[in-house]
Design a protein around this ligand. Structure first.
Ligand code: PGA
Length: 271
């Protein structure tokens, strides 16, 4: 059965106290509701300042946490940077890389993002690599060419054995911070295309099993349809994840999808 991720990146929002309050409620919710669930993974990426308190709060929880960025070296004279080795040390599971806000505002290019992907893998952290075209464009061939180039330049040097440790977040830039998510059939096609690319480069398994999920203006309502897409491994949430009720509502939607998948599997087996 396919794994379903429900993850939120809080960007530069919430003080440490606000983050802790939210996390305490969320840990309770996750541990009460996901104890039976084998296929759902819920995570939060708060600001760096909240990561240490999160490591205290979540050490025995199913809820996972991670960072929104890291540097590509493990230690040394890199003033102001955050080491992937230190993130691993405080129990992070994930590190988001290549978000368009970092590409565009902080001027991170493909080669920097690629070095960060490699640094995460070296430290046994799972990179969540964000890729996506800048503008909505009717020329789908052009979009696909862009995605192929971005994906493979960001994955340059990732070994076959390691590709399964990379999560790909498909986030069309035009759908981030927008009124609504990209249309579901469009998401389905693009996720399918990314799977094809990975299958060609890394083998059939990678195409099929790679964790690839969608992000960009997902809200409580759209989350249901997006989670149901059979080639999708989940949702990556910005604004709606700042709200506890919306976020837990989306986790409940994931639980419903998981329940339906189990039913289908049971029926198939008994046939
Ligand atoms: P949004 O952010 O859900 O607020 O559009 C998504 C993202 O930036 O990944």
């Amino acid at each position: 059965m396919r794994k379903i991720f429900v993850g939120a990146a809080w960007k530069m929002n919430k003080t440490v106290d606000e983050s802790i309050d939210y996390a305490k409620k969320l840990v309770r919710f996750i541990d009460d509701n996901l104890s039976e669930s084998k296929y759902i993974d819920v995570f939060v990426l708060p600001t760096f300042l909240a990561l240490y308190p999160f490591s205290m709060l979540m050490s025995n929880s199913k809820l996972k946490y991670g960072a929104q960025n890291c540097f590509y070296e493990d230690e040394g004279a890199y003033t102001g940077e955050i080491s992937p080795m230190h993130l691993k040390d405080i129990g992070c599971t994930y590190v988001e890389l290549g978000h368009p806000e970092r590409r565009n505002i902080l001027k991170e290019d493909d080669s920097i993002i690629n070095k960060k992907v490699i640094a995460c893998l070296r430290n046994d952290l799972m990179p969540i690599l964000c890729i996506g075209e800048e503008e909505r464009c009717a020329d789908i061939k052009k979009v696909k060419r862009f995605l192929k180039n971005q994906l493979f330049s960001n994955l340059n040097g990732v070994a076959r054995n390691d590709i399964g440790k990379v999560i790909v977040a498909y986030e069309p830039v035009w759908a981030i911070g927008a009124e609504c998510a990209a249309p579901v059939d469009y998401i389905y096609d693009m996720l399918g295309y990314l799977r094809e690319l990975l299958a060609k480069e890394y083998g059939e398994e990678a195409g099929k099993d790679q964790i690839i999920f969608y992000g960009g203006s997902v809200n409580l309502e759209s989350s249901r349809e997006i989670l149901e897409l059979t080639n999708n491994n989940g949702i990556f949430i910005g604004r709606a994840g700042l709200n506890y009720n919306f976020f837990t509502g989306m986790v409940k939607n994931a639980l419903n999808v998981e329940r339906n998948m189990r039913e289908i599997e049971k029926n198939n087996k008994s046939r």
